[in-house]
Design a protein around this ligand. Structure first.
Ligand code: PGU
Length: 418
């Protein structure tokens, strides 16, 4: 065809075919880092994203991760072939053992299907799509509040999102009565998203006795639990203790889903390593589940990435590396706990109005401070401290050196910006 005869399409002359786009807002959590990166101030502090920092304020690559990487890179028998759709077999087995316990009867009875997914988020998404396709009830209940991305992940997966009461601002604790009432009136079969430990953003977890009541209610109403385990080991520093909730639901023989992330507990944020497990009633059903999960995954991303899963599998299967990991993990959890005490003490010594005991009582990576959006924006503008507008701070982003600066900012926000 003569190129001179090709007339421009009408849209070409009036600009881009995408010119009508409306600018989307930044993500409420990851957007905080975008804003932080633009700030030239030398005293700036990012307490938005839940990512561990050292006392020097630097990201941490665990020593065991470096060792495992070294082994992998120096092993000439390793290649870069595609993984199966469900991921690395060793990684899947070891991940199930980590969350359900090495002696879990459900593992021995082959009732668990585990597939490697793209970190916690990808595991939730694959689980959500699987449920939307194959489960009889499309309603999923999320705690209020919850990690902001949950609503988007499950809505786009095709589920209908509702909430159950979880946090009581007045007591800065669990609204246990509200939780029981809301789950008690949920339609039978509804899916219930539960944070396995270290609830994000509140840092408030049910006690073991409360978990037991929640379990009984969920089972009596035939609700389907979907655990999000993004912080195993980060809450208490102990991997088994932090899996207690999940294991109690497996012990009763009932069915459930669990999404695991290695972003925090192995510091593998950018490697995107996680797993989705579905616990069924029988080995036969578990194998049907696996066959259908493959149909969810294949058109989404075909198969998961190799490197991060190899690191995790290398650490989990070697006794020495595993032990070293638990020590490093405990070190991170302990540093966060000590930041809680330091921040609490710093506010007390400034006489900052309010009861700040929730800072030391809450669990995991975050403190839900109770600061309002105006106070948050004051702290960002005047003190270059970045946090999400709901007043959540990542304790893991603090250090002994930055605690006084944060305490000054909170004190000023509470006394001047309210
Ligand atoms: N589930 C919960 C409860 C989380 O807090 C997070 C991460 C995830 C799942 C997803 O983690 P993956 O990285 O996909 O494994 N929340 C952090 C990290 C930043 C973000 O929002 O993704 C946070 O700051 O809330």
């Amino acid at each position: 065809m003569d190129s001179q005869n090709i007339s421009p399409s009408p849209t070409a002359s009036s600009g881009s075919v995408f010119a009508h786009l409306v600018r989307a807002p930044e993500d409420p959590i990851l957007g905080v880092t975008v804003a932080f990166n633009k700030d030239p101030s030398p005293v700036k502090l990012n307490l938005g994203v839940g990512a561990y920092r050292t006392e020097e304020g630097k990201p941490l690559v665990l020593n065991v991760v470096r060792k495992a990487q070294h082994q992998i890179v120096n092993d000439p028998s390793r290649n870069k072939e595609y993984l199966p759709i469900v991921g690395l077999a060793d990684f899947n087995k070891l991940s199930a053992k980590l969350i359900f316990g090495a002696d879990s009867p459900a593992i021995q009875e082959n009732r668990i299907t585990t597939v490697q997914c793209l970190s916690g988020t990808g595991s939730l998404r694959v689980g959500g799509e699987f449920l939307a396709k194959h489960y009889h009830q499309r309603i999923i209940y999320l705690p209020k509040p919850t990690w902001g991305n949950h609503t988007k992940v499950f809505t786009l997966a095709g589920l209908s999102v509702k909430t159950y009461r979880y946090y009581a601002p007045a007591t800065r604790g669990l609204d246990f009565q509200g939780l029981l009432e809301d789950l008690g009136s949920a339609p039978s079969g509804s899916i219930v998203l539960l944070h396995a430990c270290a609830h994000n953003p509140t840092g408030v977890d049910p006690t073991p006795e409360q978990w037991e009541q929640i379990r009984q209610l969920i089972r009596s109403k035939a609700l389907l639990p979907f655990f999000d385990s993004a912080y195993q080991g980060f809450a208490s520093g102990n991997l088994d203790a932090d899996a207690h909730s999940v294991r109690s639901f497996v012990a009763d023989g009932g069915e459930l889903l669990a999404a695991q992330s290695y972003a925090k507990n192995m510091g593998l944020y950018g490697e995107r390593v996680g797993a989705l497990s579905i616990v069924s009633k029988s080995a036969d059903v578990a194998s049907l589940v696996e066959s259908q999960l493959k149909l969810v995954i294949r058109p989404m991303y075909s198969n998961p990435p190799l490197h991060g899963a190899s690191i995790v599998a290398t650490i989990l299967k070697d006794r020495d590396l595993y032990n070293e990991w638990t020590i490093e993990l405990k070190g991170m959890a302990d540093r966060i706990i000590s930041m809680r005490q330091q921040l609490f003490d710093a506010l007390r010594s400034r006489g900052t109005p309010g009861d700040w005991s929730h800072i030391i009582k809450s669990i995991g990576m975050f403190t839900f401070t109770g600061l309002n959006p105006e106070q948050v924006s004051f702290m960002t503008k005047e003190y270059h401290i970045y946090l999400t507008s709901d007043g959540r701070i990542s304790m893991a982003g603090l250090s002994s050196k930055t605690v006084p600066h944060l305490a000054d900012a909170i004190h000023a926000a509470v006394t001047r910006a309210s």
